[in-house]
Design a protein around this ligand. Structure first.
Ligand SMILES: [Zn+2]
Ligand SMILES: [Zn+2]
Length: 307
């Protein structure tokens, strides 16, 4: 069941056991907008050494966010090519330990911001068994399903792009997400569909709807039917090695046209200063494209907040 506050200007407030409905004029909406950053990494991620649950949660309080979710990395497959760069055998974490730390920090900061317990599960065909196991043996607020490794490579270090033109590379990535997420089913948010553009060197710096309309339509049909969220990963658009990835508005417009209205904002932060990065910009963009809410999940139940 979703908790959906009115048509965006009507707030339901409970005070001293009495219920009030408050109408907000548009100029007050911005001031009362409650945003959740659903995608953050902490010290429990293999690449999370620049932050902790506590310092990123404090950053969420300072940024005025309604909530922050720690979605630490859980990849059971690590491409051999990474061994040349990092001393890694595994990229998963102790869920019980991470959740205990989240509870401790929540106790520390009280109701200043809500801290959610999440995981970013790395989908990989050869790892279906451990993936299923970790998700079934633990409880989470929200699960992000992502693809980090593909064809035994880590796009971050290259390899994947060799011998492929941009259309083949981006298309295979989208198809892999689609194939794996429809297998997984047990998730809430489809993570960074344009992750693959960030580390490429093709002149095409955006995954455009018009180039991949068939696969996008399949993805959206599935997400919409299953009540799952499309992620806007704001890290994707921050620039990397002089390369600036663009978000194609047509992707969002088509999703909405098909009936999609569940959008998750995630900064993919690995350091406190990145928590909630560019959220007001993307909330404004969403509003301009006709979206009325952003989404997050609590105990795997969809919650939508007006923007
Ligand atoms: Zn990711
Ligand atoms: Zn991430």
């Amino acid at each position: 069941m979703s908790r959906k506050p009115g048509p965006g200007t009507l707030l339901h407030i409970k005070c001293k056991n009495r219920n009030f409905l408050v109408f907000l004029p548009p100029f007050l909406r911005l001031m009362t907008m409650v945003l959740f950053d659903n995608h953050n990494h902490s010290q429990f991620s293999f690449d999370g050494k620049r932050t902790t649950v506590e310092s990123s949660a404090m950053a969420a309080v300072e940024a005025g966010l309604g909530g922050i979710c720690f979605s630490d990395h859980c990849d059971f497959y690590v491409p051999p090519m990474k061994a040349g760069f990092e001393d890694l055998q595994k990229e998963y974490f102790d869920v019980a330990e991470q959740q205990a730390e989240i509870s401790r920090v929540q106790g520390l900061i009280g109701d200043k911001t809500k801290i959610l317990k999440g995981i970013e599960i790395g989908m990989y065909e050869e790892c279906h068994e451990p993936i299923r196991k970790v998700l079934s043996e633990n409880t989470f607020d929200q699960i992000i399903a992502s693809v980090h490794y593909i064809e035994q490579t880590d796009p971050y270090y290259g390899g994947f792009y060799e011998g492929k033109d941009w259309k083949k590379a981006y298309g295979s990535y989208l198809e892999t997400i689609y194939r794996e997420m429809t297998w997984l089913k047990d998730f809430d948010i489809m993570g960074h569909y344009d992750y693959i553009v960030r580390y490429a060197s093709y002149p095409v710096t955006s995954i455009r709807y018009r180039d991949f309309s068939d696969i996008f339509d399949e993805m959206f049909r599935y997400l919409i039917h299953e009540g799952k969220a499309l992620e806007i990963n704001t890290k994707s658009y921050q620039g990397y090695r002089g390369r600036l990835v663009g978000l194609d508005n047509d992707v969002l417009l088509r999703y909405r046209e098909m009936g999609g209205e569940i959008i998750s904002l995630g900064s993919d932060s690995h350091e406190p200063s990145r928590v909630g990065h560019s959220f007001h910009h993307f909330a404004a963009l969403l509003r301009s494209l006709g979206f009325r809410w952003t989404a997050h999940y609590e105990a795997r139940k969809l919650v939508q907040m007006p923007i």
